[in-house]
Design a protein around this ligand. Structure first.
Ligand SMILES: [Zn+2]
Length: 127
């Protein structure tokens, strides 16, 4: 009986510690998320400015240079993805084109979409 009470006490203590750790982790994560959002916005603004100055080439030059330096964590999240609005592969962040702000797609996603289109056509013809 004594042992069982003891176990329960430990369980409660552990649960409390876990709750506290979770709280601390979430709190830390949230403030980091806020920072990341700011950094992304800054990158968007810079790209927009570059675009005004020298068009798509200026933006890509800027991104390429930043990638070469490779120190900025935000730049690590920049990926070349297919932008249908630009009709080209463009640097994007979180699937958002850094040139025009439209949604970009992974090449994998384009393939999946193409397969789905094909399937739809197949069904339309078959029926
Ligand atoms: Zn675009």
């Amino acid at each position: 009986m004594f042992v069982m009470v003891d176990c329960a006490t430990i369980t409660v203590t552990v649960a409390k510690v876990l709750h506290l750790l979770n709280f601390m982790y979430n709190h830390k994560n949230k403030s980091q998320m806020g920072k990341v959002k700011n950094e992304i916005q800054k990158l968007r603004d810079t790209c927009y400015r570059k675009y005004q100055e020298g068009g798509v080439t200026a933006v890509i030059d800027y991104i390429e240079e930043a990638m070469r330096q490779g120190e900025d964590l935000i730049i690590l999240n920049v990926k070349y993805e297919r932008c249908e609005a630009c009709d080209s592969d463009m640097p994007s962040i979180n699937h958002e084109c850094l040139i025009c702000g439209q949604e970009t797609k992974l090449h994998k996603q384009i393939l999946v979409d193409a397969v789905i289109e094909d399937l739809k056509k197949g069904f339309a013809v078959g029926d």
